[in-house]
Design a protein around this ligand. Structure first.
Ligand code: 4NP
Length: 169
């Protein structure tokens, strides 16, 4: 049996400290819970460079930890030109992220760029920026991301058919 290529997924937000590190950590967890670790390459990146090299925001680390997910090892990186060729799917968290991603991406990559909630759940909803918010906002962000990631893995596993078997190879 030939090995199936991994689906490469990039989560993107403005700072890569609040939402996209949570999405990366939650998606990794959901994928792992389903025994699909080998089926995906998963990463996250920033559109703005203010926090490059830093760990995720302590409020994102805390909400992830509350649900048994450790995202503290992640470090902020900026999105780069090569990401638009390397990743099969690139997910922005809100409409502003989507505008910026479409500005940065070559035309050929535009069909790989989606807003997370819209692609995963068919709902044109944003994962709102919680940076100036409080713990409740981070909890709400976690809830949206968790719901989206659960739906996303189901959708991709169904689409790719053999994803489950390649994940266990
Ligand atoms: P994120 O949140 O895009 O979810 O990581 C933000 C983090 C930092 C800033 C804005 C949003 N900032 O302006 O530094």
């Amino acid at each position: 049996m030939t090995a199936k290529a991994r689906t490469a997924i990039l989560f993107v937000c403005l700072g890569n400290i609040c939402r996209s590190p949570l999405a990366e950590g939650v998606f990794r967890t959901v994928v792992s819970e389903r025994g699909l670790d080998g089926a995906f390459e998963i990463d996250s990146a920033a559109l703005g460079g203010w926090h490059v090299g830093e760990p995720p925001d302590s409020r994102s680390v805390a909400v992830a930890r509350r649900f048994g997910i450790d995202i503290s090892d992640q470090r902020v990186r900026l999105i780069m030109a090569g990401d638009f060729a390397r990743f099969d799917l690139i997910f922005g968290m809100d409409r502003a992220n989507m505008c910026r991603l479409r500005q940065l991406a070559p035309e050929a990559a535009h069909d790989r760029i989606h807003m997370l909630m819209a692609f995963a759940l068919g709902r044109e909803e944003e994962v709102p920026d919680p940076y100036y918010g409080d713990e409740a906002d981070f909890l709400a962000v976690y809830g949206r991301i968790r719901e989206a990631c659960e739906a996303l893995v189901e959708r991709l596993a169904a689409r790719d058919g053999s994803a489950a078997s390649s994940g266990q190879a």
